[in-house]
Every structure is written in structure tokens, then in C-alpha cells.
Design a binder for this molecule. Sequence first.
Ligand code: SF4
Ligand code: SF4
Length: 417
Amino acid sequence: MRWVEVVEAEADAEVDAEAGVVMGVDRVAWVVPRPPGQEGSVSAPVVGIESRTLLDCRVIRKSVPSAAQRWSGLSNSRFSIAVTHLTFVVATFASIAQTATKVATTNSITGIAAPVLRGERMIVTVASGKGGTGKTTVAVSMALSIAADQDMTPLLLDCDVEEPNSALFLGQLVPPSAAWERRQVGQMIPEVDLDKCIYCKRCAEVCQYNAIAVVGERVLIFPELCHGCGSCTLNCPTEAVHEVLNVTGVIERVIGGPFDFAQGRMNVGEPMAVPIIRQLKQWVIPPAGSDRGHPIILDAPPGTACPVVESMSGADFVLMVTEPTPFGLHDLRMAVEVARDELGLPVGVVVNRDGVGDQGVDAYCAAENIPILMRIPLDRRIAEAYSEGQPLVEALPEYRQRFVELWRRIVECEAQG
Ligand code: SF4
Ligand code: SF4
């Protein structure tokens, strides 16, 4: 039995010290392991986070069954799992509907979405089709410049969980007294109680990802293939399957520097970055509709694969950092296809190392009606500062105002639609 501390939970949640489970809730935000005898306490209210991706314990309803549960005929634990699945499906459809609405309000000529309301949070993802274009330089410098210029504290997230590097530039900026907060994250995977198993192979049949196999009187589970869908748990006729947290990484944040900062780090050898990025965002980004108008900047991983899509998902604007070379143009095209054409997000470009290469990026942006919001020239001093872990605007303070202007232009572009 693993004991837990509920860090955030719904107001009516309570911890059963004997059973080590959380009762009376469908969702629990965060739990962390606690040693036996030190059962946790509850603080409320919650920022709702889907339970199955985070829990170190099972969420059950010990209270009198609701009408819906009686109607379903399911046991407490199965009903809870079914509710979780239903919540996930509803949230997915809501997300699709939201994206569809945003696309529907898109200007058919510019491809730019409708503006967010003033006073709401503003989320900008800094992305690029390839690595080494200067994403982190731009993201860190923009956060530092906004923090110095305006009466607000930006939030910077390093979403490149396979190889986060934004923190390298924070070294001298975060006071030693600042406390890092860390949480283990992962995915729920099945665990089988062989005493209850009748080796019927139903779990293997329903698994769409070949993550579970029954061979004779052995049940093999392959965590690296498991997507945490819960089908095996729901379909086991003897309730031999339960779920445990497979830790795949850590998310951490620090408050006390010039801007709030958070990052995720995936354990070596883990195949899936998306759940860690998703949990990082859920942890630190204030919910939609919040009146916290502070800038939120996400430093995305390189490329155009799923981790990048997750980093762009929910953003108000995507800032592409590229270099004016044929390689830069090729990867910029792919990144624009994802951000603008697939996700319906407004995009703008920063040309880094301006002066090298050719005019291909300029011609492409002009043809596609994509604004070039800033140009950073090829400058040896910038490369030297980068190699020493010094933010661009610390090494060359004259750039501060240019990054403030960059943010102003992003907000303008986003608001104009
Ligand atoms: S479905 Fe349940 S009982 Fe059947 S093989 Fe899988 S774990 Fe065992
Ligand atoms: S949780 Fe889903 S993906 Fe994982 S083993 Fe069970 S059925 Fe397969």
C-alpha cells in the first residue's frame, strides 16, 4: 500500500488513512507518496486535472451510490473509472468544438483567429521546425524584457522535456533562496493481481496498443506501449487489473526570479513526452477565463511532432523562430502547417541570424501573409553570450526594448485578428 498526500483536491475530498485512498471525488489534482503513518491532508479548492494521468492511488466513491451509478449497475471502482473515461471523452469533444469554433471565426484571408478578451491570460508558444534556431534565446529574452518593462511577472515554461535548457540561462537570475517545487508525473498503467486472474486473455484482446499479453499463466505488461486508456481494467471479468502510476518524469517550478519559471524533465529512455508536457501545462497555467492578464510564454520542443502540437495546443499565438536559409524555410513551412493550417492559430515570425542565407523566408512570409515581427542579426556577441549561459538581453541590454516591442506586436497581431 502506498500512502499519499493530497496536495490539491476538491473541497469535499477526504483521505482515508487506513485504505490510503481518496474518497468522495471524481477528480484529484495531485498526490505524492507519503511514508506509512503520515497520511496526507487536503487543501482546496482544485484546479481540475484528469485523475488517471496523475494518481498514485485509486479514486473511489465510498459514499451512497448516486442515481446514475445505481442505473449503471457498476461497482464503485468501475463507476469511478467510467466517470473518468466519460469526463475525458467530454473534455476531448469540448476541445475539438473549441478548436472548430476558433477556426470558424478565422479570417478566411489572413488565417488569423479572433482576438482574446482583454484582461485574460495571453499564451504565446515559441516554436520552430528545427532545433538550434534560437527559440530559447527569444523566449527567455522576451520574458526578461517584459518583466523589466511592465508591472507584471511573466510565466515561462520550458516544454522541451526531453532536453530542457531554458534553466541554464536562469543561473544568476534566480536567488539562491528561491525554492523549487517538484512533482513526479507519469501515466497510469495496469497491474494484475494473479490471485484473481483466470487467464481469459480479455485484457489483451481489448488493448489496442499490444501493451498487455497473456502467455500461459503469465500476464505481461509493456509500460512503454501502454497509453493508459484503462480498457483492460474495465474489461477484466474478475477485477484482477488495477492501475498504478508509472513515473516517467518530473515537473518543477520556481517562483522568485525575474519571471515565474517551470519545466518538465522526462526520464531517460521514456518514449512519450506529451503526457509530461500536458501535466506541466495543467499544473502552472491558470485556467481559461482567469483575469490574470500576465504573459505566458511556452518554449516548445523542436520539430513538428506530437510534443510540439501539445505545446501549441491552447496557445493564443505561435511565434516561429527561423533562420533565412533553405533549411530554415523548409522547417518553417512545416511548423506553419501545424500551427496555422492544422490548429488554426495565428502565427508570426522572428528571423534569427538575419543576413545569412537568402531571401526565401521573406518571400514565403510575404506570399503567406505571415508577419515578420523581429529580425536578430548574425552577431558574434550573441553567440558568445549564449555559449556562456547568459541571456541575450543581459549581454546586450539594448535589445530589451526590441523584445518589449516584439511582445507588443504579438498582442497587436493577435488582437487585430
Ligand atoms: S482480463 Fe483479467 S482475468 Fe482475464 S487474463 Fe486479463 S487480467 Fe486475467
Ligand atoms: S491501459 Fe489501455 S493501453 Fe494500457 S495495457 Fe490497458 S488496454 Fe492497453
